[in-house]
Design a protein around this ligand. Structure first.
Ligand SMILES: Nc1ncnc2c1ncn2[C@@H]1O[C@H](COP(=O)(O)OP(=O)(O)OP(=O)(O)O)[C@@H](O)[C@H]1O
Length: 808
């Protein structure tokens, strides 16, 4: 048998369960023959035996199938317990590793010379793995010690390799802060954000990608929410709240910092959008970045005039091994530290520079106090440190990426930057360890690193086993459960095929997929949901997608509809350098012509830290978490409660809100010929031939007229009117999102179109909508029959009725 044929035959085990949907058409002879082939092909594989048994048991004998399911369930329980145990060990080892390395670590990165600099400048540094030697005078060289030094030729990958363990610990429930510190133009944004080319991607995209990848491998259900804010002139400003024309410069909901009884920090009114994939985060990030306050300065043409904070919150109620049920990963691009004398700043630029320097100095004080274990840590001295209070110190992990420019001209700035770095890692510098101690530590670190890696491998193996058993169980239950089974027959996603999927296509694995892999016995059934009152509490990440409108519009219409909210002209027109927004002393919104900062503000005038009393059910400490199965049963409700109480918006609502914000966009979204609508003043008319389009257009008109001036805030989410109309909106924008995703993916070099490649649920839908399911199915059936006929004839000498039954 040639390789190709053998491969087809080897895929039979994977294909057989899919055929269960057709069991009423199968004859006993057919089943026996196929079972025989499978046994012949891979007699050793346990999974194959299960499938063979399944095949042989097709028919009325459900009792055996039930017994098989019960067996798999037992095995799953045991594997889950094993996974939990190993995950705990891995977390402990990783934590020991990070503790040993230091919970506050400082790295240094030296930017390469720019083209225009390289001719006139000479470098004053010599560097090694963990030292910067700076020539401060002809005869004087000063040494600065770091946990790691990245030289001019270090790549983004090199930097991320060192950052990754810290990001991993966010999945273990630890709060994490990653800062980029340095003089203006020293490469902070480059390190954090990078450039769009795959090799130039910075810590933020790589980190988020890694989190989603690992979360999906983890077999745990996570709720991720994304927020983006900046601290400009000492005030907090939500970067996910658009400033649209219809918004009319109204005062946005003010952000205030609150402390919960457990010492956790909450930012009231901050938009938190649930995200399920890297692509979703990317889109939000792009929107937020456009609203950031930047301006031309002598030192950098697009200098950041604020601190930009990205927060990814992770919640998981079914992972008791995590440190906390909810934790945060902060990734912060700090404003450029600069001596105002050097920048020759005046007026507003001077004030901005002062504000940045003040908060940087407060940050230095806090880290210094933590390092030196001072009794009092001055968190309240700046907004930056107040916001990060629960993520700096204690068990949190902090990484400071200090950046320096290579030129001689910047010597003074460089000395200041290195001075800051020295201060934040002062303790360990003072208590220099003896060489033996150092060697012992190095050895321990290597050991721990190896242990973590082994345990990670074990986790992956067990997770894979769990996945396989879950699939088998799904298949055993399959025929009763899903309509799509009929189409899955054409997608035998064998292990071979899965292995061929490149690693980066894991992007599209998301929370939904993770949850769908959970054994269904762990999920509440519809009736049990009703019984325990969970019907209204399906977690955001688990909500059933609204149905795609039955008749799809041309893709260009959809693509445009969702590209518009992030259209540079739309956004930049609100924040352009000619007309920026400033806040008067009473903090009301007033459009005024400013001196070139792309910014606006949204904040309370003075920050205040409030004590919030949380209801009892919210105070879920890790130790008090119920058992795994109980957790999973109750999780839906908790997630929903959490999302509601935290004012979390799901991404569909958020995107919808961005479109609704601008009436003009709505008109273009629908791409509908103009005509007077009876029900509203807006001119929208759906195409006559599309009844669904008419309904949608009406719904959109109503929405537009009622909501066009409403911000996407917490209040908005709880608005009863909104809730009533939500299904209609989501039905419309659910499909828009998909098209946007496709459009964005096409624009993204190196980002494969994952949804269309690996989402077997969507593919059948598309086929049905194309009106060609029968044709498609017939083609596949012919191919399948042909292949088997050929193979059977070649080598297996099968009975005639085997072939007859295949032609059914
Ligand atoms: N390691 C690097 N390799 C290549 N180019 C770099 C590197 N670091 C910085 N750059 C380039 O230097 C320029 C300035 O960098 P960047 O904007 O990241 O500085 P910054 O510190 O964020 O400045 P600011 O504080 O004013 O926002 C950019 O054009 C960036 O692409």
């Amino acid at each position: 048998m040639d390789g190709e044929s053998r491969k087809t035959m080897q895929n039979l085990p994977g294909t057989l369960p899919s055929l269960m949907g057709f069991n009423k058409y199968l004859t006993p002879n057919w089943i026996e023959s196929v079972s025989h082939i499978i046994k012949e092909l891979s007699p050793t594989e346990a999974k194959t035996n299960v499938i063979v048994q399944m095949a042989q048991n097709i028919g009325p004998d459900d009792a055996e199938a039930d017994a098989e399911i019960a067996k798999i369930q037992d095995e799953l329980v045991s594997l889950n317990a094993q996974l939990k145990q190993i995950t705990l060990q891995r977390r402990q080892s990783l934590n020991n590793y990070l503790d040993l390395k230091g919970n506050i670590r400082v790295f240094c990165r030296v930017r390469p010379f720019h083209h225009e600099e390289s001719y006139q400048s000479r470098s004053l540094f010599t560097l090694d793995e963990s030292n910067v030697f700076l020539k401060v005078a002809e005869t004087k060289i000063k040494q600065y010690k770091f946990d790691k030094v990245f030289n001019q030729s270090s790549t983004q990958g090199d930097v991320f390799a060192e950052v990754e363990p810290v990001i991993k610990s966010a999945l273990d429930g630890y709060n994490v802060c990653i800062f980029a510190y340095g003089q203006t133009g020293s490469g902070k944004t480059y390190t954090m954000e990078g450039k769009p080319t795959p090799t130039d991607l910075g810590v933020i995209p790589r980190g988020i990608q890694a989190l989603f990848d690992r979360a999906s491998e983890n077999n745990r259900r996570f709720l991720f929410t994304f927020s983006m804010l900046e601290i400009y002139m000492g005030n907090l400003r939500d970067l996910l709240v658009p400033r649209s024309k219809t918004y009319g410069f109204k005062k946005e909901p003010s952000l205030s910092i609150k402390t919960n009884p457990d010492g956790g920090i909450e930012i009231e009114n901050l938009v938190a959008v649930t995200v399920n994939s890297f692509q979703e985060v990317k889109r939000l990030y792009e929107v937020g970045t456009r609203l950031r306050s930047t301006a031309y300065t002598m030192a950098n043409s697009t200098s950041s005039r604020s601190h930009c904070l990205i927060r990814l919150s992770l919640t998981s109620f079914d992972a008791p091994e995590r440190k906390k049920a909810t934790n945060k990963l902060w990734m912060i691009d700090l404003g450029g530290s600069e001596r105002l004398v050097k920048t020759k700043a005046t007026g507003k630029r001077l004030k901005e520079g002062k504000a940045i320097n003040l908060s940087l100095s407060a940050l230095g004080d806090v880290i210094d106090a933590l390092q030196t274990k001072k009794a009092h840590v001055p968190y309240r001295n700046s907004k930056l440190t107040t916001v990060l209070r629960d993520s700096l110190g204690c068990d949190s992990k902090t990484l400071m990426l200090v950046h320096i420019r290579p030129n001689e001209d910047d010597l003074c700035e460089t000395i200041c930057t290195l001075g800051f770095a020295t201060r934040v890692r002062s303790v360990r510098l003072e208590n220099e360890e003896p060489p033996e101690e150092k060697a012992r530590k190095e050895h321990l670190l290597t050991e721990l690193e190896r242990k973590v890696s082994d345990l990670e491998q074990d986790c992956e193996d067990i997770t894979r086993k769990i996945k396989r058993l879950e699939e088998t169980m799904e298949h055993l239950k399959g025929p009763q459960s899903s309509v799509s089974t009929n189409f899955v027959v054409s997608h035998p996603l064998s292990e071979d095929l899965k292995a061929d999927v490149p690693k980066n296509t894991k992007n599209s694995k998301n929370c939904r997929e993770v949850s769908s892999r959970l054994p269904s016995f762990m999920k509440p059934t519809a009736s049990s949901q009703q019984r325990i009152g969970l019907t209204k509490h399906i977690p955001v990440s688990n909500r059933t997608k609204p149905p795609v409108p039955p008749k799809r519009r041309p893709s260009s219409v959809y693509a445009e509809s969702v590209r518009l909210p992030v259209n540079p002209t739309t956004w930049q027109s609100e924040c352009s350098s000619e007309c920026s927004i400033s806040m008067t002393s009473d903090m009301s919104w007033m459009p005024t012509v400013q001196d070139g900062t792309d910014c606006s503000q949204q904040d309370t005038s003075e920050y205040e830290t409030k004590q919030v009393i949380f209801s009892e059910h919210e105070k879920l400490l890790p130790g008090q978490l119920p058992s795994l199965v109980e957790c999973q049963l109750a999780e839906s409700g908790k997630m929903q409660n959490k999302t509601e109480e935290m004012g979390i918006i799901d991404i569909d609502s958020w995107i919808h809100q961005q479109i609704i914000e601008n009436t003009g966009i709505c008109q273009r979204v629908l791409d509908i010929p103009e005509a007077k609508d009876e029900d509203s003043n807006l001119k929208l008319k759906p195409p006559m031939q599309n009844v669904d389009g008419i309904k949608q257009a009406k719904a959109m008109n109503q929405l537009t007229s009622t909501e066009s001036c409403t911000p996407p805030s917490k209040e908005l989410c709880s608005n009863a009117n909104m809730k009533e109309q939500k299904n209609e909106r989501l039905a419309y924008h659910g499909s828009s999102r998909r098209s946007l995703q496709e459009t964005l993916d096409k624009c993204m070099p190196g980002q494969p179109d994952k949804e269309s490649k690996i989402d077997p649920i969507i593919q059948p839908e598309i086929r049905v909508q194309d009106g060609k399911p029968t044709k498609f199915f017939q083609a596949l059936q012919t191919a399948w029959v042909g292949a088997l006929l050929g193979l059977g004839t070649m080598s297996l000498g099968l009975e005639q009725d085997f072939f007859q039954s295949l032609t059914l």
